[in-house]
Design a protein. Structure first.
Length: 500
């Protein structure tokens, strides 16, 4: 081997080890940076010229990354469900306590029982009237809370769609940079990290799968098969604003809530329940409307059953309460829980709790000059209004559990009992269970996501101990190459000195 060859090989070794040391130092500096993957500079032997360093590269596990993205999407969806449903469950109260809707209706029944024992007592009348007001107030408050939650979800959809568009623009810019670097033979490892981080952020919003494309690029495919366009200047996703009132719904035949559009194509149905957008659509169009429907049915059933006995205890400003058993889901029932109030006539004259407000086929009200111990109405309210049938030997029609919601497509998750107290308790329990399940799912998915993040970090992240050990080895290699160059230089100096 000539001295020139030795010098060339040693100098190439110095360049390679310098590049490797610089990359190791960069790895250590970014050890705590989210989304950063460890990168390494590999050497390639060059005939009679030593070695040359390749562009920095990364070694990632695409399968593990896909699992981590899915786990993040699940966790984001579960967190949204829990954050929306948990406050509603707290407002509902414990299903087994007197603070729940079922408990308040039970307290109203108890108020009538006490009034039955002392029908002329003003205090007993006031107690029953206050119990009725508490029921109406709870129904009003719950409806307001559900409506606010649903409107918040609708507004959040707009915000999340804007965020998704921003991420798509970022991904498009990074993807163009990756393709350009790949075409020029430059390293694109850092750009790939940033692009992957943006894709992971997008995956938390919607169920998207990245597919490798030519030139180092990427194609993003939605759950339903649609391809997300990558344009650094475009906003392909959109959703309109809307008022999420109890009667609003999405879809035909006349829904007023908007869908999520991809370049004017509605992709709402293909979002699934993975990611924040899918979870938000599920909350807006199914979970919260079902809760509202069950509140409306509770309110309408209670009001109608009192009315059938001759006591119009509740009203929404109209005449008779709506019929909750009509075919489909009666329009007058929608939102009734938010409108229900104690009949002003009864508030002004509490004796009507004893005497009745209107005649029925089987009941004649007690006149103002009638007996103070009149209990016919109270007997009927307790036996039939809070019972299982409107009269002796008859049964109430089943409280609907299917065909609910303003679009008549929702179904309760329980078999409805006939009694109104039992129905209210069953509805409260079902809604509380949904919130509890959402909280448990949030904890489970958060733990699974953290576990997969740890696996990704272990597989692809920076191991500081290994990098420091590598730096020591590289320093030794650098010193060895430098020593070779020093020896070669000394030999050249000696040869030149011999010539002179």
């Amino acid at each position: 081997m000539s001295l020139d060859s030795a010098l060339l090989i040693a100098s190439s070794g110095l360049r390679l080890t310098s590049a490797q040391m610089a990359q190791a130092s960069q790895n250590v500096a970014n050890a705590g940076t989210a989304g950063y993957s460890a990168k390494h500079v590999l050497g390639e032997a060059v005939e009679e010229a030593g070695v040359r360093g390749l562009e920095p590269s990364r070694n990632v596990d695409e399968t593990l990354r896909a699992e981590a993205r899915n786990a993040h999407a699940d966790a984001a969806a579960a967190d949204l469900r829990a954050s929306v449903l948990s406050p509603l469950a707290q407002l509902q109260g414990d299903p087994s306590s007197g603070t729940s809707l079922g408990g308040l209706i039970g307290a109203l029944r108890d108020g009538f029982t006490a009034l039955q024992a002392s029908p002329a007592e003003g205090g007993a009348q006031a107690t029953a009237l206050n119990a009725a007001a508490a029921v109406a107030g709870q129904l009003n408050d719950l409806t307001s809370a559900v409506t606010r939650a649903r409107q918040g979800v609708q507004d959040g959809l707009q915000s999340d769609v804007d965020q998704a568009n921003g991420l798509l623009r970022t991904i498009a810019q990074l993807d163009a940079g990756v393709r350009a670097a790949s075409a020029a033979g430059r390293s694109n490892a850092d750009a790939l990290d940033r692009r992957d981080a943006a894709i992971a952020g997008l995956a938390e919003l919607m169920d998207v799968r990245p597919i490798a494309a030519e030139g180092g690029g990427v194609t993003l495919i939605l759950r339903g098969g649609a391809v997300l366009p990558l344009d650094a200047e475009a906003s392909p996703l959109s959703i309109g604003s809307a008022n999420a009132s109890p009667g609003a719904y999405y879809g035909p035949p006349g829904g007023t809530l908007p869908g999520i559009m991809l370049n004017r194509v509605d992709i709402t149905a293909s979002l699934g329940s993975n990611g924040r957008l899918g979870a938000a659509v599920e909350l807006r169009d199914e979970t919260l409307p079902l809760m509202q429907s069950e509140l409306d049915l509770t309110a309408a059933t209670l009001a109608q059953r009192m009315d059938q006995q001759g006591l119009r205890l509740f009203t929404d400003g109209g005449d008779a309460p709506p019929d909750p058993t009509v075919s489909g889901y009666g329009g007058a029932v929608i939102g009734y829980a938010g409108r229900i109030a104690v009949n002003p006539e009864v508030e002004a004259s509490p004796r009507l709790l004893r005497d009745g407000t209107q005649a029925t086929a089987s009941f004649t009200p007690n006149p103002a000059t009638g007996p103070s111990g009149f209990t016919t109405l109270l007997d009927n309210v307790l036996q039939y209004g809070f019972g299982t049938g409107p009269a002796a030997g008859t049964s109430y029609a089943a409280i609907p559990t299917s065909g609910l919601g303003p679009n008549t497509k929702l179904n309760s998750r329980f078999s409805a009992p006939t009694g109104i107290v039992d129905y209210a308790m069953a509805a409260t329990a079902s809604q509380s269970q949904a919130a509890t399940a959402a909280e448990a799912q949030r904890d489970h998915t958060a733990a699974a996501s953290a576990q997969l993040d740890a696996l990704v970090q272990k597989r692809e992240g920076v191991n500081v101990d290994q990098e420091m050990a590598s730096l020591v080895q590289l320093q030794n290699a650098y010193a060895a190459n430098a020593r070779v160059m020093s020896v070669v230089q000394s030999m050249w100096d000696a040869l030149i000195g011999m010539v002179h």
